[in-house]
Write a new protein. Structure first.
Length: 240
C-alpha cells in the first residue's frame, strides 16, 4: 500500500468518517495562514471529518440546542485526539506533522484560526463550499466537523468536488440572522463577505452563546436546513 492509502486507513481506524489530502502550494502562495510562515515546512494538509449525529441536528429549529452544544464540543475533542494520533503516526514514519485543532481561534477579532479547515477540506475533496461557507459533502451534507494535519509526508492529493448547490436557497431562507446572501460560486468565494454578511452571522452566534446550556459561538441552523444532509439522514457516509 502507498503511504497515502496507509494514512487514510489509519485515520478511518481512528474514527474519521471522511479523509482527504490537499496540496498546500495554493495556500502558501496566498499566504493563507496564521502565522504567515506556518505552512513553510509542509507540503500537504490532511483533512479529516467526523459526522454529526443526525437526530441532534434534526432537533435544531431557529437556534442551537444545549444538546447540540454538548455534541459540538464532544466532536471537536474527538477530532483533536484523532489528529494528535495521526500526527504521531506520521512522525513514527519519519516525517513532520503538525495538528491544527478543531474550532481553535487564533485571531479573536476576526474569528480566524491558524488555517481554514473548510478551505483545506474543499481542496482535499471532502466536499464543496456551500452558500453558507460550510463544506457540503455529497452524503453527509454539512453535518460534519473538520480538523487538519500539516505534513511533509509525500502524499497523493485529492481533487476538489464540483459545486452542487445550484439554485437551492434553503440555508439562506433558514438563517436566523439573514447572513447568507444566496450567491453562487463554481469553486470557492474570494472572501467570506462575498457569501455572507459576516457581521450578522458573528453577532448572532455571540447572542446564542449566552443562551442557557450553550456557552459557545455556534448556531447550526444552516447545518440542519441543507437538503444534502436531510436527504441522507438514514444513510452512513461513504468514507474516502
Amino acid at each position: 500500500m502507498s503511504l497515502t492509502a496507509l494514512l487514510k486507513t489509519c485515520a478511518r481506524e481512528s474514527g474519521a468518517d471522511l479523509i482527504g489530502v490537499a496540496d498546500l502550494n495554493p495556500f502558501k502562495a496566498a499566504k493563507f495562514s496564521l502565522p504567515a510562515d506556518l505552512l513553510e515546512p509542509y507540503a500537504y494538509a490532511v483533512s479529516v471529518a467526523m459526522r454529526l449525529d443526525n437526530e441532534i441536528i434534526n432537533r435544531i429549529t431557529d437556534h442551537p440546542t444545549p444538546e447540540y452544544a454538548e455534541h459540538y464540543r464532544g466532536i471537536n475533542s474527538a477530532l483533536d485526539s484523532l489528529t494528535s494520533g495521526l500526527s504521531r503516526w506520521i512522525q513514527g514514519h519519519g516525517y513532520q506533522a503538525h495538528p491544527i485543532r478543531a474550532s481553535h481561534i487564533t485571531d479573536e477579532k476576526n474569528l480566524l484560526g491558524n488555517i481554514s479547515h473548510k478551505a483545506v477540506a474543499r481542496m482535499a475533496g471532502i466536499g464543496w463550499q456551500g452558500k453558507s461557507l460550510l463544506i457540503i459533502n455529497p452524503e453527509c451534507g454539512p453535518r460534519i466537523r473538520l480538523a487538519t494535519v500539516l505534513t511533509d509526508m509525500p502524499l497523493e492529493p485529492d481533487a476538489p468536488l464540483k459545486n452542487r448547490c445550484g439554485r437551492c436557497a434553503e440555508c439562506a431562507k433558514a438563517c436566523p440572522s439573514s447572513a447568507i446572501k444566496n450567491v453562487s460560486t463554481e469553486s470557492h468565494y474570494s472572501d467570506r463577505e462575498e457569501a455572507l454578511h459576516f457581521s450578522n452571522c458573528a453577532g448572532k452566534t455571540l447572542e446564542f452563546s449566552a443562551l442557557p446550556g450553550i456557552g459557545a459561538r455556534i448556531c447550526g441552523v444552516c447545518v440542519m436546513a441543507c437538503p444534502f444532509g436531510r436527504k441522507n439522514r438514514s444513510r452512513s457516509p461513504k468514507v474516502r
